[in-house]
Design a protein around this ligand. Structure first.
Ligand code: PEP
Ligand code: MG
Length: 907
């Protein structure tokens, strides 16, 4: 068996690896190799592969050290040769850094150790060589500090406690009456090293290793271990990075940015990561090591003159003061700046993407320590992709693939200002149910939300969970916060449809409607107190935070055009009102994939008529109530057809869990009894008779239309009459009537029969016709399994993956919030299946349903209208299954358009 190559060398313009080898060498290792190959100055070193990390996890440190020993020794010799220094030498010691680097960048999540190789002997060499005793002891002090934390595991004793070393340093500074680390003398630093080592031994029982080789092995294994620290695990979960990947370890000759005033260290970006502006920018610190920039101990200065001037203007600093105290690198070290500027250009041209670089200047000599694709905001993502396309740096398909569809969300909702967020305090977390940012005063009741909003107050509606009655309150609130419910809960679905910020299922909230208080971790918030919600992260924050509206630049439209050029699937929207339909049209929706007609009955007079219909004891009573609903529905449909102007409109027949529509409180029951002129007792009895143990599996969907055919008749009449009325105004219409919750072909056929007969009746009455289709939701496993039979009659399928997920997993949509977070935490599930389609299980049913349906009816139109229709990886799945369209809430339409196009490009 061939031994795998475990260690890859680089240095002096040569490298065994390259940028293509990210999987094996990690992003950092691969790019360090590549920079060597393209002539960028990089300190020499070597990378131990990610595969070794996996081996380490299996075999443990003793065995791995045996396996790796020769390779690591030879690799250190390689560095020694190139820099002409010796590891562990008392005369001319080589010091190294040991750094992590996974395939995907995980900034700050794993560990790094600098200045490794120092001990009481080698420090003498460093002093001799640099002729800088203070620098040498400061380097040693930093090394002991970092190594003790990362390798020896010296941590603060409680989460409230400070870093134990910083406590010691603070004590020394206090004793001496100084405030900055830079004022510590050589003697102070020497003492610190001794005290640090004693502290480590006392607290961990481990002696600080003096042998550089021991130090090195300890560091290598600690970096491997850091792949599995809590932060890294959490970050991986958040970003869908597989646990199996592992990290590489890069060992590299140290270069020092803290060797005096001709030395510096910094971070730079080839373009602006926040705005996308094509402007080289970044920050640096003179006489500092990398972690000083990150730790924010000193205020870094801007790299470019223009950046520095902009910064000074914002900070209210005069040009004179700026130049004397905070000069840019461009002004302070013009020659080195010029070199850095050229290198950043070269790197961006080489990688053809915005780069984020780390550099160090050691006594005037520039070294690059890292380059990687820079993380960026949604705004910058779009601008950079389109700018690079226009600059001819990349072609259309690449530009499109540079768009992370989920990130477009940031551009579609208000956002908190940076300054505001920096000051804010997070009080709890819930599910990021609907993105955006909102600040408002707490109200607990929908009607109060309305009256407060009418008085020009900004409110956050806080509810245990929401019900249709809360809709008006939701509509006027800045944001919605619920203690219960998941991503497909009512609050979440409705809020997303409205493009309204919503945090749902925040279990830490204890709501006391009576006292009008919400208690979070012991702290009581009253009605009228200000809170803020970040619907993109699920954070609940104290107080009021300023927000700003998103700007949809011309580049946004250009990206959408590109998406439409390459996509195979159409994108429709889930919309129940002409307003939502118009919003979605403006975002480029090509039709409505789901109009939930029951949502049209939430408001005012309508809910009364709806309740009258539900409470009716017989067909006559129901028909009387339905007659009141007919004109309202017809009117709505006309509005929606008009907004969609010729695009197909799928209207789903009524699918309400009935109990949601009947008043549960006695006062409301009284009101309805008076209105209908029937005794309260009768209303109560009817409400009781409607009670279902499991309403989600109860009298819903087409079960309602088949037991009360007059409902389907009324709705069909409204759909067709509205279509004829709009047609008469010269607007083309294509209604698609959709039967919900079908499980057998027979159920569907009965509904179809009612629909077709009613439509013919209306055509005869109006002496006119329109084309229309009759199809069904596929949201029950049985329907997917018997799709071939159902397709004998159904002209289209729309996968209702909310219910299909619920019924395939047997997870209640309304109750899963209790155990799903635990399942995700314990890795029993990789994702919430209500958010990201479960390809393995539910996906099989979708695939099978589509194939079986098309076997019977090859031109069967297939789409999806569950919440997954706006989630990028689920959209990709829909493309792979061969769907004709996805349908999602209006604000997710642009996301789905780009996701669909990228899926087509990757296919
Ligand atoms: C579904 O079940 O996926 C669906 C779209 O219907 P609803 O969410 O209204 O049950
Ligand atoms: Mg459903």
């Amino acid at each position: 068996m061939n031994t795998p190559k475990r260690v890859y060398l680089f240095g002096n313009g040569k490298a065994e690896g390259s940028a293509e080898m990210k999987n094996l060498l990690g992003g950092k290792g691969a790019n360090l190799a590549e920079m060597n190959l393209i002539g960028v100055p990089v300190p020499p070193g070597f990378t131990i592969t990610t595969e070794v990390c996996t081996e380490y996890n299996k075999l443990g440190s003793a065995k791995l050290r045996e396996i790796l020993s020769d390779d690591v020794h030879n690799a250190i010799r390689h560095i020694e040769d190139l820099v002409n220094m010796q590891f562990g030498s008392a005369e001319n010691p080589l010091l190294v850094s040991v750094r992590s680097g996974a395939r995907a960048s995980m900034p700050g999540m794993m560990d790094t150790i600098l200045n490794l190789g120092l001990n009481e002997t080698t420090i003498q060499g460093l002093i001799k060589k640099t002729n800088n005793e203070r620098f040498a002891w400061d380097s040693y002090r930093r090394f002991v500090q970092m190594y003790s934390d990362v390798v020896l595991g010296l941590k603060p004793e409680s989460k409230e406690e400070h870093d134990p070393f910083e406590v010691i340093i603070d004590t020394v500074k206090k004793e001496k009456g100084i405030s900055s680390d830079l004022e510590l003398t050589t003697e102070d630093l020497k003492n610190l090293v001794t005290i640090f080592k004693q502290t480590v031994e006392e607290k961990t029982g481990k002696k600080f290793p003096d042998d550089p080789w021991e130090q090195l092995w300890g560091a290598i294994f600690a970096v491997f271990d850091s792949w599995n620290n809590e932060r890294a695990k959490f970050y991986r979960k958040l970003n869908n990075i597989p646990d199996e990947w592992g990290t590489a370890v890069t060992v590299q000759a140290m270069v020092f940015g803290n060797m005096g005033f001709t030395s510096a260290t910094g971070v730079a970006f080839t373009r602006d990561a926040a705005t996308g502006e094509n402007l080289f920018n970044g920050e640096y610190l003179i006489n500092a090591q990398g972690e000083d920039v990150v730790a924010g101990i000193r205020t870094p200065q801007q790299i470019t003159k223009i950046g520095s001037q902009r910064w000074a203007k914002l900070a209210g600093i005069s040009e004179e003061e700026r130049l004397s105290k905070y000069p840019s690198l461009e002004e302070a070290m013009p020659e080195t700046y010029k070199e850095l500027f050229e290198i950043q250009k070269r790197l961006e041209n080489h990688y053809r993407d915005m780069q984020d670089m780390e550099f160090t200047i050691q006594e005037g000599k520039l070294w690059l320590l890292q380059t990687r694709t820079g993380k960026r905001t949604g705004l910058a993502m779009i601008k950079i992709a389109m700018d690079m396309l226009r600059e001819g740096m990349i072609e259309e398909k690449t530009a499109l693939k540079r768009i992370d569809p989920a990130k477009l969300d940031e551009l579609l909702h208000p956002v908190f200002t940076k300054e505001g967020l920096a000051k804010a305090k997070v009080i709890a977390n819930g599910l990021p149910a609907s993105p955006g940012a909102a600040s408002g005063q707490i109200v607990f009741f929908a009607d109060e939300a309305e009256s407060w909003a009418a008085a020009k107050k900004k409110v956050i509606l806080v509810r245990e969970e929401t019900s249709p009655e809360d809709l008006r309150g939701m509509a006027v609130a800045q944001g919605i916060l619920t203690a219960r419910g998941g991503m497909t809960s009512h609050a979440a679905v409705v809020a997303r449809g409205m493009g309204k910020c919503c945090v749902a299922g925040a279990g830490a909230l204890q709501i006391d409607y009576k006292a009008r208080t919400m208690t979070v971790n012991g702290k009581v918030y009253k009605e009228g107190d200000w809170i803020s919600l970040n619907g993109s992260t699920g954070q609940i924050l104290e107080g009021k935070i300023d927000t700003q509206d998103p700007e949809l630049s011309g580049d946004f439209g250009a990206v959408m055009q590109l998406a439409d050029k390459y996509t195979k699937m159409k994108v429709r929207t889930n919309a129940d009102t002409p307003k939502d339909a118009t919003v979605a049209r403006n975002f480029g929706a090509q039709g409505i994939g789901l109009c939930r007609t029951e949502h049209m009955f939430f408001e005012g007079e309508r809910i009364k008529a709806m309740r009258e219909m539900i409470l009716a004891e017989d067909e006559t009573g129901r028909k009387k109530a339905l007659a009141k609903l007919l004109p309202m529905q017809k009117n709505d449909f006309e509005g929606i057809y008009t907004a969609m102007n010729g695009f197909p409109v799928t209207i789903r027949l009524l699918d309400p869990p009935l109990h949601e529509f009947v008043p549960q409180e006695e006062s409301a029951q009284k009101e309805i009894a008076e209105e209908l002129g029937i005794p309260l007792e009768k209303v109560k009895a009817r409400v009781a008779s409607l009670h279902e143990v499991n309403p989600m599996l109860g009298h819903r969907g087409c079960r309602l239309g088949n037991t009360y055919p007059e409902i389907t008749e009324m709705q069909t009449r409204a759909i067709i009459e509205a279509a004829l009325a709009v047609k008469a105004r010269g607007i083309s219409v294509l209604p698609e009537i959709m039967v919900p919750l079908t499980s057998t072909a027979e159920e569907f056929e009965m509904q179809e029969d009612i629909i077709r007969k009613t439509a013919e009746k209306v055509f005869a009455e109006k002496q006119d016709r329109v084309d229309y289709l009759v199809g069904t939701m596929i949201e029950i496993p049985r329907a997917a399994l018997t799709a071939d039979k159902i397709a004998e009659h159904a002209e289209f399928f729309s996968f209702g993956t909310n219910d299909l997920t619920q019924m395939t997993f047997g997870f209640s949509r309304d109750d899963a919030g209790v155990f799903l977070p635990v399942y995700l935490e314990k890795n029993l599930l990789k994702h919430d299946p209500f958010q990201i389609i479960d390809r393995e299980g539910v996906g099989q049913l979708v695939k099978m349903g589509t194939e079986r349906g098309r076997k019977t009816r090859p031109d069967l139109k297939v789409g999806i209208c569950g919440e997954h229709g706006g989630e990028p990886s689920s959209v990709e799945f829909c493309h792979l299954v061969g769907m004709n369209y996805v349908s999602c809430s209006p604000y997710r339409v642009p996301i789905a358009r780009v996701a669909a196009a990228i899926a087509a490009l990757n296919d």
